[in-house]
Design a protein around this ligand. Structure first.
Ligand SMILES: C[S@@+](CC[C@H](N)C(=O)[O-])C[C@H]1O[C@@H](n2cnc3c(N)ncnc32)[C@H](O)[C@@H]1O
Length: 259
């Protein structure tokens, strides 16, 4: 990774906490994975594999296939390596920024037969470049199956954060279905299907909600605060939310790389 890439995302994840808390993402990931048509022998790129929970289920669908588990975060890749150790002969771990992705990063796994990506694309703020890079590493006809935050994602939660005087709690792009469809067309994808689904997610345990907000949604903003200010800020966000419901809206993508 270049220094410039690191500058885009200066804050590391707490990968062990993410692995423990990411039940919502794992549940959605399972649904997204269910949309992949696989024979079991393919090589699939998991673009933004995180701690590897969804990657593990992808590997179960590929008994004679391979996975490239790619992520920009060293801590996430370390956690994924631990989780996927028993599959070591069928997984290649790649630390790379999706915005700088090149075929050479995939070694002999280039070009991949398909790309799976869950809960990642909204962290990548240039989708034209992202889709062009993915197209570059896929074989013609290969499928892209993905899900990320959509336009309107977390609108109520971010209102609650704004009510505390914080205009922008993180760096993300919640794209609309229409603009995503246009971007995929421009990047050379065909048979493009894009749709959004509301996924309001309730946390009945206040401590779990606080940990989830700290680890996932407010992660970047908390790094700008002194350590002893972080938990009080999260508690104020929880109070401002009213109902303990995170108003997720997901953007779903199924497409094929054109010839
Ligand atoms: C919320 S996690 C999702 C992990 C996993 N796919 C899941 O569904 O649980 C988002 C992941 O995207 C990775 N990520 C964000 N921006 C990235 C980029 N530009 N290039 C590569 N990985 C990126 C993060 O490091 C993180 O591991």
């Amino acid at each position: 990774m270049t220094g410039r890439s690191r500058d885009r995302r200066p804050y590391e994840w707490d990968a062990a906490a993410y692995d423990r808390l990411s039940e919502p993402q794992a549940r959605w990931g399972r649904t997204v994975l269910g949309r992949m048509v696989l024979e079991g022998t393919e090589t699939v790129l998991d673009a933004g594999c995180g701690s590897g929970r969804v990657t593990e289920e992808l590997l179960d669908r590929l008994p004679r296939g391979h996975v490239v588990a790619l992520d920009a975060s060293a801590s996430m890749l370390e956690e994924a390596r631990r989780r996927l150790a028993r599959h070591h002969d069928r997984v290649r771990f790649v630390r790379a920024d999706l915005l700088d992705l090149r075929p050479s990063a995939l070694g002999r796994d280039h070009p991949v037969d398909a790309v799976l990506s869950t809960a990642t694309f909204h962290w990548v703020t240039d989708h034209d470049r992202l889709f062009a890079n993915l197209a570059m590493v896929m074989r013609p006809g290969g499928r892209l199956v993905a899900q990320c935050g959509a336009e309107g994602n977390l609108a109520l939660l971010l209102d609650a954060v704004r009510s505390l005087g914080v205009e922008r709690a993180g760096t993300w792009l919640y794209a609309s279905g229409e603009e995503t469809r246009r971007r995929l067309d421009r990047a050379g994808f065909v048979d493009v299907d894009v749709w959004t689904t509301p996924e309001p997610t309730r946390f009945d345990d206040p401590a779990e909600l606080a940990d989830f907000l700290s680890t996932v949604i407010l992660r970047e903003h908390l790094f700008t605060l002194a350590p002893d200010e972080r938990r009080p800020f999260v508690d104020r966000v929880r109070a401002a939310m009213g109902e303990p419901v995170v108003d997720y809206v997901r953007l779903n993508i199924v497409a094929r790389r054109g010839p």
